[in-house]
Design a binder for this molecule. Structure first.
Ligand SMILES: O=C[C@H](O)[C@H](O)[C@H](O)COP(=O)(O)O
Length: 230
């Protein structure tokens, strides 16, 4: 097995640490991405030791990973509320506002987080920012007429944006849509931008997570994990 990079070590540490917050007998949301991966692997080990858990996955990729780990799954419609969701992020600011969707899963991730009493964000230290916006903001859009959405996004102060591509074709989300990656630069007022984006016809969901994260766990290069305070 190849050795993990320093960055992957940070992700592994924080993902595994987060799994210790999961309580036996609860229903939880499980995130998507390379940091959530380690939390799901650790959860799989707990399940094999007899832990009783129901997990609502946030993407097809997470369904596959969790199934391979033998983690019992449910859909969001099967549950009333979730005790906890654990998920990664692309950027985290000091007010626990987030940019998510680097893997294009933010639509389901936001629905699952919103149905959860707590959202624990797991990130390596490189994700911490003073102001959101260096990471391009992922916006899930209906393929029909997406250029109209792009014009409206530009009018909100976004100088450039592009449809996410794979192999020269638009990348398609789990829900059959496109992702518009919007390069806003430093975002002065994330809640206001989030509201404005929701006013654009054709926007399905954007990657700004405001008021959802309750706790942030950060993995550092020295091997430590710290819980941030707002
Ligand atoms: O769509 C993907 C999700 O929002 C991920 O949680 C986010 O992109 C962070 O992923 P990673 O842990 O791989 O950096």
């Amino acid at each position: 097995m190849t050795a993990l990079s320093d960055k992957d070590q940070m992700k592994k540490k924080v993902g595994e640490y987060a799994a210790t917050f999961i309580q036996n007998g609860t229903a939880i949301g499980i995130g998507t991405g390379s940091t959530a991966y380690w939390m799901i692997m650790a959860l799989g080990a707990k399940v094999r030791e007899g832990f009783q858990i129901t997990a609502v996955p946030t993407s097809r990729a997470t369904v596959e990973l969790a199934q391979a780990q033998g983690i019992p799954l449910a859909t969001l419609n099967d549950v009333d509320r979730l005790a906890l969701t654990i998920d990664g992020a692309d950027e985290v600011d000091p007010a626990f506002q987030l940019i998510k969707g680097g893997g294009g899963a933010h639509l389901q991730e936001k629905m699952v987080a919103a149905a959860s009493d707590r959202m624990i964000v797991i990130a390596d230290e490189q994700k911490l920012v003073n102001r959101l916006g260096k990471f391009p903001l992922p916006i899930e859009v209906i393929p029909f007429g997406w250029k109209q959405v792009q014009r409206r996004v530009a009018a909100l102060g976004c100088p450039s944006s592009e449809i996410r591509q794979r192999d020269g074709k638009p990348w398609i989300t789990d829900h059959g849509n496109y992702i518009l990656d919007a390069h806003f630069g430093a975002i002065a007022d994330a809640p206001a931008l989030g509201h404005a984006l929701h006013e654009i016809p054709g926007v399905v969901e954007h990657g700004l997570f405001i008021g959802l994260a309750t706790e942030v766990l950060v993995g550092y290069a020295d091997g430590t994990v710290k819980e941030l305070r707002k």
